[in-house]
Design a protein around this ligand. Structure first.
Ligand code: DON
Length: 314
């Protein structure tokens, strides 16, 4: 592993090499507002549990978190529901696209895992029951974890997704027909689209997820010093799910290339957890065919190869 003072040089090298890949992917366009993002942006940020931060490129530019928010909503639901959660959602990789609907029919409206869209909708349904104003409850948790009181969701992006959310709506109604949805699909979709439109920079995202590298203990300045945000056992389990399901039908490929718990989003962000070490957030809007950032995945692969971090999670 390079010494911490070597990380800035390594990040600069990786940033330069990855920049050759601009043009190989495509910005998400099925949510119209996401298609307006300048594709030529790329940032990397590292936060370590001993308090160091390193960044390069557009690491301080906010981007649309999209599915990365599913990691936080899952953690909130796990804290509230514990093991009862597993009656509503599974914990197996789906091997199918993030927005696939087919398994729901054969599996009685119970989604394979909390990170595919169907599973994340169930999680948002659970939180919609628990919170009168889920959008503010979620923002409150994120602002605290990220040490960033100004975090917000982008109303234009939320509206754009909500206006075109036909497939997610279909899944919500299908799950309701199986009794696996408590609230009205419209209300849950409102919350889900706001949730997905949350914006953060790589630097903020690395900070907000640091508890996952620290056995669940909160390292933010806004929390109580050393507070257990999530229990150590739950944290280990969240990381296991991120490793096996965090990149959807590319989860096997990500485990092979990177070997770390990750969560990806169609905004082009990826966050990776290096247990006992820290977190890495990358962002570049151009996506591969499976909806994951091309430059981001390359950067994580290079970083892990140079540091050996991919082996620390096993
Ligand atoms: O529900 C959707 O389709 C989006 N709001 C989020 C999808 C996403 O980010 C998938 N990740 N790669």
């Amino acid at each position: 592993m390079p010494k911490p003072h070597d990380l800035p040089a390594l990040l600069a090298d990786i940033h330069r090499e990855a920049s050759d890949l601009f043009g190989q992917g495509r910005v998400a366009s099925y949510i119209p507002a996401l298609a307006e993002v300048n594709p030529h942006q790329f940032g990397i940020a590292i936060a370590t549990i001993d308090g160091q931060t390193h960044s390069v490129g557009d690491a301080h530019t906010p981007f649309s978190l999209q599915s990365i928010t599913k990691l936080f909503t899952f953690v909130l639901a796990l804290k509230l529901e514990g093991d009862a959660l597993w009656q509503r959602v599974g914990r197996e990789p789906s091997g199918a696209a993030f927005n696939s609907i087919v398994q729901l029919e054969t599996e009685n409206g119970v989604p394979r895992n909390p990170f595919i869209n169907a599973g994340a909708l169930v999680i948002t349904d659970i939180l919609t029951t628990r919170y009168a104003h889920l959008d503010y409850a979620l923002l409150g948790a994120l602002r605290r974890l990220a040490d960033e009181p100004g975090l917000h969701w982008n109303p234009r992006v939320a509206r754009s997704e909500r206006d075109t959310a036909h497939r997610n709506m279909a899944m919500a109604y299908f799950m309701k027909s199986h009794g696996n949805f408590r609230n009205e699909p419209e209300a849950v979709l409102d919350n889900y689209c706001r949730q997905c439109a949350t914006e953060m920079s790589c630097a903020q995202l690395a900070q907000a997820t640091l508890f996952l590298a620290n056995n669940g203990r909160d390292l933010s300045r806004s929390g109580q010093p050393d507070e257990q945000f999530l229990g150590p056992d739950e944290t280990r389990r969240v990381n296991a799910l991120l490793l096996t399901c965090g990149a959807y039908d590319a989860a096997g490929d990500f485990a092979y290339r990177i070997g770390l718990p990750v969560k990806t989003g169609v905004g082009g962000g990826i966050v990776a957890v290096v247990p006992e070490v820290g977190t890495v957030a990358v962002w570049a809007p151009e996506l591969d065919a499976k909806g994951n950032s091309v430059l981001g995945a390359f950067a994580l692969e290079r970083l892990v190869a140079a540091t050996g971090w991919g082996h620390t999670s096993f």
